[in-house]
Design a protein. Structure first.
Length: 194
């Protein structure tokens, strides 16, 4: 299977089990946010999810990892293992981000459910993310760009699937996404220094 493909709605898919997926994701992300960085907009990584369900902890794990890299890069991270952004505080967090960062460019990151043959794939697309859609929750859309990790297949009892998702799937995708973001931000920092 190929590392990368784009569907008809413009969403790019990256197979997290393939060797070069972090590089491919990082290059594509760089291309999507380059103009925003050059315009000196505040880049925000909004990592959505709960640390209480294995299948929903992708966002907080990525937020935790990105907050450790933050010293070397110029971006803001909301949603970590210590302070997760989830259904109960999402709206409040979005409002706070826009108050604190007027020119915020938000990259929303969340776990998602999908087809069984897409488990382990990372998606990247332009436009807002609809958190909670996979488990029939009504939450506000957020983001200028979204990154999702397909952690499990969509089924009859989606909430239960999030509870039984393998941690290895989540951690592997979190590693790939963090490598990609680190590569992308390093690449863009070098571009702004020229």
């Amino acid at each position: 299977m190929s590392i990368f493909f784009k569907n008809t709605s413009g969403i790019s898919y990256f197979n997290s089990y393939e060797k070069n997926s972090a590089y491919e994701l990082g290059c594509t992300l760089s291309d999507l946010i380059k103009d925003q960085v050059l315009s000196n907009r505040n880049i925000i990584f909004l990592c959505i999810g709960s640390d209480r369900a294995t299948g929903d902890c992708l966002g907080p794990i990525i937020g935790y990892k990105l907050s450790k890299y933050k010293v070397y890069h110029d971006y803001h991270v909301y949603g970590t293992l210590e302070k997760p952004v989830h259904a109960k505080n999402l709206k409040e967090t979005i409002n706070m981000i826009y108050q604190k960062h007027e020119d915020a460019f938000i990259i929303a990151i969340d776990a998602s459910l999908g087809k069984s043959n897409h488990v382990g794939f990372i998606t990247l697309g332009e436009g807002p993310l609809k958190p909670g859609a996979g488990v029939d929750k009504e939450l506000p859309e957020v983001g200028d760009i979204f990154i999702t990790g397909i952690v499990n297949f969509s089924g009859v009892v989606d909430n239960m699937l999030l509870q039984t998702t393998r941690l290895n799937v989540v951690m592997s995708m979190a590693d790939q996404i963090c490598l990609a973001i680190n590569y992308s931000t390093s690449r863009l920092n070098a571009l702004t220094l020229q």
